[in-house]
Design a protein around this ligand. Structure first.
Ligand SMILES: Nc1ncnc2c1ncn2[C@@H]1O[C@H](COP(=O)(O)OP(=O)(O)OP(=O)(O)O)[C@@H](O)[C@H]1O
Ligand SMILES: [Mg+2]
Length: 428
């Protein structure tokens, strides 16, 4: 817009109009609906940037979830609305849609195969054939009341030749695919759909928490060599194994930091609130924890035995890591992940947990870091934001809402047919 011939005040108006006319920088939103908090992260990809900058975020206490499931819808709606409003305020963007997580012990992974015949005259495999075989893999006998939320193609075979990452352009008669399908309980998805509708947040994509966290904290090498991301939340622990750049396994264990707090409340004979406080301030898995520790609340002093605390916390953590190793055994990866284990989530902040996990799993373990992204806002740091940051990254990588198969209406739609293209973009 040419403004040079205008008066100064008119020039200011003109400058505003020019700004309004400029194509806005694309932005992406991830919303992590967790048991203790709703976290919303806004990222934007400016000009020639190679990665998005975090331009807004929010964290609002949530008391409406139980173990990743909707328990009190109204409380979640309120938390969601506040989180979105706050993220809009810090980022200066209007949020209408976001990539969101699906969590809870009802989430489960399932391996499935698809087979089709290539019928074109020259037997060349097309993009359509790839979509067809992936869809064939989703035609499985689902457990009662379960829906498919994601489909990951792990490996293709053409006329029996194995380990093909992308069959498009190859020639053959028979095309097969091995997929990992993620299922979630239909009622849980419906409840989540209603909460999002009431909060006026359109889910552009939905994914399991662990996969989002993996996107934020794993580098390409780890995704290729095989790594496990463990998101230790309050009510759940999310597991995602990525190997050869593909999702190998997804599982949710209904156990998290809240169980440690409950155990402390019982073992130390104190209130839950005090148990949570003493856990955050003084709990540790370091062997040298002994003597007494104390804290003051509302003018009252509480004393606790440190070695008793350590015993209580390590017993629960041992149980959790036994479940994790059991999942790895199910897929023959126990003690066999060269990319190691990456811990995220609030529960991963327990002092001494890294060494404890190394011992329990006999694998390299580190804390997940996503802070290499440029961050414009203050106060967002640490492993508990990994899932929300990963959801924002997936919002960017997956692009605008997928064209869903319309067999199942609304939020219940699956990613049938588009899984492969989605995966290709996730891998980059
Ligand atoms: N320093 C700490 N030491 C031990 N535990 C901690 C620490 N900080 C936070 N936690 C625990 O982390 C848990 C919260 O983690 P997070 O915020 O990732 O959960 P969430 O996403 O709300 O829950 P979920 O993923 O299960 O739905 C709480 O149980 C809290 O007590
Ligand atoms: Mg969480």
């Amino acid at each position: 817009m040419q403004c040079s011939f205008l008066e100064q005040s008119d020039q200011q108006v003109c400058a505003i109009l020019t700004l309004m006319q400029e194509p806005s920088i694309p932005f992406f939103v991830g919303v992590d609906i967790g048991t203790t908090a709703v976290r919303c992260v806004v990222g934007e990809m400016a000009g020639d940037a190679t990665q998005p900058s975090i331009i807004g975020f929010s964290e609002v206490e949530n008391s409406g979830m139980r173990k990743g499931n909707v328990a009190h819808a109204e409380e979640i709606v309120q938390a969601l609305v506040s989180a979105v409003n706050e993220a809009e305020r810090t980022s200066g963007r209007t949020i209408k849609s976001a990539t969101i997580n699906v969590n809870g012990s009802h989430v489960q992974g399932l391996n499935s195969k698809g087979v089709i015949a290539i019928s074109s005259a020259n037997r060349e495999i097309s993009v359509d054939d790839r979509a067809r075989v992936e869809e064939a893999a989703t035609i499985v006998q689902l457990p009662a009341n379960k829906d498919i939320i994601q489909v990951f193609a792990k490996n293709y075979r053409v006329d029996g030749q194995d380990n093909i990452k992308d069959p498009v352009g190859m020639h053959g008669v028979r095309l097969e695919v091995d997929t990992h399908i993620v299922l979630a309980a239909t009622p849980a998805l419906k409840n989540l759909e209603q909460v999002l509708e009431r909060a006026e947040v359109r889910p552009s994509h939905r994914t399991v928490s662990g996969l989002a966290a993996a996107e934020a904290v794993l580098d390409r090498k780890q995704k290729e060599s095989g790594a496990l991301v463990v998101d230790i939340g309050a009510g759940t622990t999310n597991l995602t194994v990525i190997e050869d750049g593909e999702v190998e396994h997804v599982a949710v264990i209904p156990m998290g930091g809240m169980h440690v707090t409950n155990d402390l409340a019982i073992g130390l004979k104190t209130e839950l609130e005090i148990a949570e406080m003493v856990k955050i301030k003084h709990a540790t898995l370091h062997a040298k924890a002994d003597g007494e520790t104390s804290l003051v609340k509302d003018g009252q002093q509480y004393h606790f035995d440190r070695s008793l605390m350590r015993m209580i916390v390590s017993a629960r953590m041992e149980e959790l890591f036994e479940f994790i190793d059991k999942e790895l055994k199910r897929i023959h990866r126990s003690k066999k992940l060269p990319g190691g284990v990456v811990l995220v989530g609030g529960g991963s902040q327990l002092p001494g947990l890294i060494d404890f996990a190394k011992e329990e799993l006999q694998l390299p373990v580190r804390l997940g870091k996503w802070e290499s992204l440029p961050i414009v806002v203050d106060n967002i740091k640490g492993p508990r934001y990994a899932t929300a940051v990963g959801l924002m990254l997936l919002d960017m990588l997956l692009g605008p809402a997928a064209v869903y198969d319309d067999v199942q209406p609304g939020f219940m739609q699956t990613l049938k047919g588009s899984a492969s293209s989605i995966l290709k973009r996730i891998k980059k």
